[in-house]
Design a protein. Structure first.
Lengths: 358, 111
């Protein structure tokens, strides 16, 4: 029930956000205008062309249909280098096959996860390789990409460590969590790596500062004090909340632009979530789960099929960390980023008005 | 050796629509409406044609108050030749939606 209320409240906030600012046009226009920056730089003009055409489309259904078509082009723009697809895909599939074979041999419970993750990454690399022109390598974007890769690697490494030390904890007969975790990790990594197209100026710096601050504080909290995150409330910690708000407020106030703040908040979430997951699971591994204390666990464990209490608890912790750390918490933090960006823009406006000589 | 792929039926339909009045500049949405093709299919085709220099593009030079300038499209000389070459080969494989629209064709917008 709390989760439903949470999602409902997020939907209400998102709906209000989409409906506000009538001066910016209707919802299809706002969606399309917001999506166009995601196009590769060499396709940006086509984005503007589609936005201009939307102004000529009349009728609610037709406008939504046209906007849906534009979003499709934004998501899957024609590749600039279609010839690269085959070699990149072949190399990716080869690497995925090797990784999967290694997983089957060493950590069989993670073989589906490894196969899914490596194939998704292969797909991402293929798409990125064919659609990109020449990647712009500014310093903040390089650091963002490095942290994104490190964070995703750390998240995978902690799960691998669990699989090695407590193999039964990573058993996933339905493969639901294996596929979900792989898809989420790829999505977070892809979003962070795409930041060079979506963000300029203040966005990467604010996101980096917030991520490093929250990552450090989170690691200190969980590793130094052995505090084990538990449930949604733990992932909505003051650390993550403050980091997201700070990035959103700071970036929007700096740029005097709400969208910049939202992007900084979103990038902070994308970079922080895998880091927090890795730190949280590492803390879980440091705790010796020899005995069960929760009455529910005591009653459920004998029928769970797990060979020991540690595997039972760690399995529960991984599933909980995936759902809360990569799904629920980011939804709430995303709404906070929206609010923070609005607040930052407002602060900037107030500051400008009260400045001497104005 | 360069291998040339046969264009899709939708691409041929777009080429034919553009080639019907090759000297005119055409709007993207009007092509969508004329061919009954969603923007998500039309624009990738236009982009690919432009990438291959079969299509030339320009922005409206006349400013119209209340709306942004629109993007205009016209076949290049190479594009016209390409359209002619492909028209005969694929005239029988044009999508049903295109044929349906042809029974009562709206006027193709041009600039």
């Amino acid at each position: 029930m709390p989760v439903l209320l949470l999602i409902a409240s997020m939907a209400v906030v998102a709906g209000l956000w989409l409906r506000r600012g009538r001066s910016d046009g209707d919802t299809p226009t706002r969606l399309v205008t917001a999506a166009i920056p995601a196009l590769p730089a060499h396709r940006r003009e086509w984005g503007q062309a589609m936005v201009a055409e939307l102004a000529q489309v009349h009728g609610r259904a037709q406008r939504w249909r046209f906007a849906a078509g534009v979003l499709r082009v934004v998501l899957f723009p024609p590749p600039r280098h279609p010839g690269r697809a085959l070699p990149v895909a072949a190399a990716g599939v080869t690497a995925a096959t090797v990784a999967t074979i290694a997983a089957v041999r060493e950590v069989p419970n993670l073989s589906v996860f490894v196969a899914t993750l490596s194939l998704l990454l292969c797909g991402y690399a293929t798409v990125a390789g064919t659609r990109s022109a020449r990647p712009r390598r500014s310093l903040p974007h390089v650091i963002v990409a490095a942290i994104a890769v490190i964070a995703a690697t750390a998240a995978v490494a902690t799960v691998l460590r669990v699989a090695v030390t407590h193999p039964a904890a990573t058993a996933d007969p339905t493969h639901v969590f294996s596929v979900l975790f792989a898809a989420l990790l790829t999505g977070y990594l892809g979003f962070a790596l795409a930041a060079r197209r979506l963000s300029d100026g203040a966005v990467p710096w604010w996101a980096l500062a917030a991520t490093l601050a929250s990552g450090g504080a989170w690691a200190l909290t969980t590793l130094a004090t052995s505090a084990v995150p538990d449930g949604v409330s733990a992932f909505l910690s003051p650390v993550a909340t403050a980091a997201t708000l700070a990035a959103a407020i700071g970036a929007s106030a700096t740029a005097a632009d709400r969208t910049t703040g939202v992007r900084a908040g979103a990038l902070t979430i994308a970079l922080s979530a895998p880091l927090h997951f890795a730190a949280g699971m590492t803390a879980q591994l440091r705790v010796h789960h020899d005995t069960l204390t929760n009455p529910y666990d005591i009653a459920a464990f004998p029928h769970s099929g797990y060979p020991d209490a540690a595997s039972y608890l760690l399995s529960d912790a991984i599933a909980g960390a995936i759902l809360t750390g990569f799904v629920l918490s980011p939804i709430v933090l995303g709404v906070l980023a929206l609010l923070g960006a609005a607040a930052g823009t407002r602060l900037r406006q107030l500051g400008t008005r009260s400045a001497p000589g104005r | 050796m360069t291998r040339t792929r046969r264009p899709s039926a939708q691409t041929v339909a777009v080429l034919q629509a553009l080639a019907e009045r090759p000297d005119d500049w055409h709007y993207g949405y009007d092509l969508c409406a004329r061919l009954g093709m969603p923007a998500g299919s039309m624009y990738p085709i236009l982009i690919r044609l432009a990438d291959r220099r079969l299509l030339e593009t320009r922005w409206e030079s006349e400013s119209v108050s209340g709306r942004p300038p629109r993007h205009l499209y016209r076949l290049t000389a190479t594009g016209r030749a390409y359209a002619t070459a492909n028209a005969a080969a694929t005239s029988t494989t044009i999508p049903a939606t295109t044929n349906a629209r042809r029974s009562a064709p709206p006027r193709l917008g041009s600039a």
